[in-house]
Design a protein. Structure first.
Length: 448
């Protein structure tokens, strides 16, 4: 059942929340000279592919009533790129041709959206075509910008430079060979200040590399200073992780395993084998020599969103945190990394948001108020070594909201083997067999 997540309490919370006084565009007149659809979805990533199929399954749409726009040739299972970095999967097995994912009843435009005209209900593609809509869903993800760190694009492209990143398709295959090649000196793993996809991933790859070097006899957590390799975690943040419960567990690991913490260190430049860090706390820049560097680049909302009338001051699509409806334009919705929801940006979050957008949008088309509420659910399966995962699950607050803690009374801050197999095998499988078809609701299980 698609909407079994909706509790009575949630329905009543939705009814009582303030309803903005915007015009209802559901009956907007078609824009002449354009292709028109009842629903247009911007982005065919985790959010777009899931939501478009859930809408189709409602049975309320005919062929080509729903259109999806995405310029990419491939859809990627990005959460698997950490596993590629750890030598556990290949990047090719984690991608699918974008076109192959869409039901033939969905109209697919293999192009990018350039601009929005929310007052007139159309978007313009990069080829100049206008696509009109009654309802618009905006899910173009985050842009990863290696060029925002001086010297990073060149270092990633240079086969001889010991600099790699799990964060782009072009660089991810360099990570595991770099871990294997490293035999002595300083290894630094970075996380930028600011919003990124999956805030735990920069340290997941560190924990895997640490385990690899430990097994290879190059790192002894009980005697870090006597080890061939010295490991630092340089993060723009003041803590290991933003949720207190999981931060406590991860800080304990960092201390027990002898990882040198460089808090409030935000990588801004790579110069040869030197990494230069700005200090968000206002201190002087710091330069560190490295023999191995894993970088999480800076990320942000895509420029075409930032520069549009649908963005908030920070550049994200300005939606209500609970209903996911745009705060100004009642026929615009957003899910995923590009939305303004103040939660950690993950595919797990998108999976929880999708049924909320779908129900609220269908209600809006019938002139009803949105009554489904997103509670901020997100999750970060933190690989802490080969064979173990700490399954952080939390909601707005941030407060833990643990699926297996609830069912089995276990503490998910403890790394477990069963969670490792969820992360490595089950999630990639369920994503491509069910989630992309709109049939998987994460902790709520299968839909239909
Ligand atoms: P995306 O899936 O990124 O899709 C956005 C789509 O929009 C893309 O297909 C893109 O081509 C398209 N697009 C961009 N610009 C335009 C335009 N102008 N017009 C039309 N379309 C456009 N999540 C987890 O849940 N668990 C994890 O363990 C995890 N680990 C991660 C590790 C790494 C290294 C990375 C990179 C990500 C990880 N994530 C994880 C995060 C997860 O991949 C994202 O949060 C999720 O994919 C967001 O979905 P989305 O639909 O918002 O964006
Ligand atoms: C999930 O459904 C999912 O996608 C298939 C993930 O991978 C991207 C996840 O990391 C998580 C946590 C979920 C949520 C599902 C459960 C059963 C906790």
């Amino acid at each position: 059942m698609l909407y079994r997540h909706l509790t009575t309490a949630a329905r009543s919370a939705a009814r009582t929340q303030a309803v903005p006084s915007f015009r209802n565009f559901a009956t907007a007149a078609p824009v002449s000279g354009t292709r028109n659809h009842k629903v247009v979805v911007v982005g065919g990533g985790s959010g777009g592919v899931n939501i478009s199929h859930q809408l189709l399954q409602s049975g309320k749409f005919a062929a080509e009533d729903i259109a999806v726009i995405d310029p990419a040739e491939f859809h990627h299972y990005q959460p698997g790129w950490t596993l590629v970095g750890g030598g556990l999967k290949t990047k090719e097995e984690l991608r699918r041709p974008m076109k192959s994912l869409f039901d033939p009843k969905l109209k697919f435009y293999n192009d990018s959206v350039a601009t929005f005209a929310p007052e007139s209900n159309f978007v313009t593609l990069s080829n100049g075509d206008k696509i009109g809509y009654d309802q618009l869903i905006v899910a173009p993800g985050l842009t990863v910008s290696p060029a925002n760190i001086k010297g990073l694009p060149e270092a990633l492209a240079n086969r001889d430079a010991p600099v790699s990143s799990i964060y782009t398709y072009d660089s991810v295959q360099k990570v595991f060979p770099s871990i294997q090649k490293m035999d002595k000196g300083n290894a630094i793993f970075t996380q930028p200040a600011g919003v990124i996809k999956c805030a735990g991933a920069p340290q997941k790859i560190m924990w895997l590399a640490l385990d690899y070097w430990k097994r290879a006899g190059l790192y002894n957590p009980s005697n870090p200073s006597g080890s061939a390799i010295n490991i630092s975690f340089a993060t723009g943040l003041p803590v290991m992780f933003g949720v207190p419960k999981y931060n406590a567990a991860l800080t304990k690991l960092q201390q027990e395993r002898g990882v040198n913490p460089l808090f409030q260190h935000d990588l801004i430049e790579i110069n040869g084998n030197n990494a230069i860090f700005a200090r968000p706390d206002g201190a002087e820049t710091v330069t560190k020599h490295f023999d191995f560097l894993h970088v999480a680049p800076k990320m942000g909302s895509p420029a075409f969103i930032k520069n549009s009338p649908i963005a908030n001051e920070a550049g994200f699509v300005k939606v209500d945190d609970a209903t996911l409806r745009h705060k100004k334009f009642a026929n615009i919705w957003s899910a995923g990394d590009a939305s303004s929801c103040p939660t950690s940006k993950t595919a797990a979050a998108v999976i929880a948001q999708s049924p909320i957008v779908v129900r609220n949008l269908l209600n809006a088309m019938e002139g009803k108020q949105p009554d489904a509420v997103y509670d901020g659910y997100t999750s970060c399966p933190l690989l802490t070594e080969y064979g173990k995962v700490l399954l952080a699950e939390f909601k707005y607050g941030p407060e833990p909201k643990e699926t297996f803690g609830n069912w089995f009374g276990i503490d998910q801050a403890e790394p477990r083997r069963s969670f490792y197999y969820l992360k490595k095998d089950f999630f990639p499988w369920v994503y491509y067999t069910h989630m992309v078809k709109g049939n998987w609701a994460g902790p709520k299980g299968w839909i239909n």
